[in-house]
Design a protein around this ligand. Structure first.
Ligand SMILES: CC(C)(COP(=O)(O)OP(=O)(O)OC[C@H]1O[C@@H](n2cnc3c(N)ncnc32)[C@H](O)[C@@H]1OP(=O)(O)O)[C@@H](O)C(=O)NCCC(=O)NCCS
Length: 139
C-alpha cells in the first residue's frame, strides 16, 4: 500500500540523491516550505513530487518521479491525487506542469491526469528542445 505525506527533514538526503538536479540547498528549501510530497511503500521511499507556485500562487508541478522498480503500480497517481487535493484545499483553481517537448511518455501521463497542452516556450542555452506547458482547471 502506498502512503503519501509531506516530506520532512529526515527525507532530505534521499531527495537530494534522487532529485539530484535540484541540488541539496534547493531540496532543503522546498522541504522547509512544504513543497515536496513523498510516497512510501512498506516504509521505504519510492517516489516524490516537487512543486512551486507560478506567480507565487498557481501550483506548478515541477517534478514527479517514481523509482523504476515501483512504476505502473499507482504510486505516481497517488502522489498526484494527494497534491491535487492539497492544492484544491488551498483554494487553487488551476494546476500547471510542463515537460520537454520530446518526452511523449510523461506527457501522456499528464494528459491521463486531466492536463491539457497550452503552449511551449524555447529556452535557448538551457534546453535544446522547447518546454511544453500543461494546465488543469479545477472545478
Ligand atoms: C511518470 C511517472 C511519475 C508515473 O508514475 P507511475 O507510478 O509509474 O504511474 P501510475 O502507476 O500511477 O500510472 C497510472 C496509470 O498511468 C499509466 N502510465 C504509467 N506511466 C505512464 C506513462 N509514462 N505514459 C502513459 N501512461 C502511463 C499506467 O499504466 C497506469 O494505467 P492503468 O492504471 O490503466 O494501468 C513515472 O513513470 C516516472 O517516474 N517516470 C520518470 C520520471 C518522469 O518522466 N516524470 C514526469 C516528468 S516530470
Amino acid at each position: 500500500m502506498v502512503e503519501v505525506a509531506s516530506a520532512s527533514q529526515a527525507d532530505i538526503d534521499w531527495l537530494a540523491r534522487d532529485d539530484a538536479s535540484a541540488g541539496k540547498a534547493w531540496v532543503s528549501r522546498c522541504v522547509a516550505l512544504g513543497e515536496y510530497l513523498v510516497a512510501r511503500e512498506a516504509g521505504e521511499l519510492v517516489g516524490f513530487l516537487r512543486f512551486s507556485r507560478f506567480w507565487g500562487r498557481v501550483p506548478y508541478m515541477e517534478m514527479i518521479r517514481v523509482l523504476p522498480g515501483h512504476r505502473r503500480s499507482g504510486v505516481g497517481t497517488a502522489l498526484f491525487l494527494a497534491w491535487e487535493a492539497a492544492m484544491r484545499g488551498e483554494g487553487a483553481r488551476l494546476l500547471m506542469t510542463s515537460s520537454e517537448c520530446d518526452e511523449s511518455r510523461p506527457q501522456d501521463w499528464h494528459r491521463r491526469n486531466g492536463f491539457s497542452e497550452t503552449g511551449a516556450i524555447e529556452l535557448p542555452g538551457l534546453q535544446s528542445v522547447p518546454e511544453v506547458f500543461f494546465i488543469k482547471r479545477l472545478a
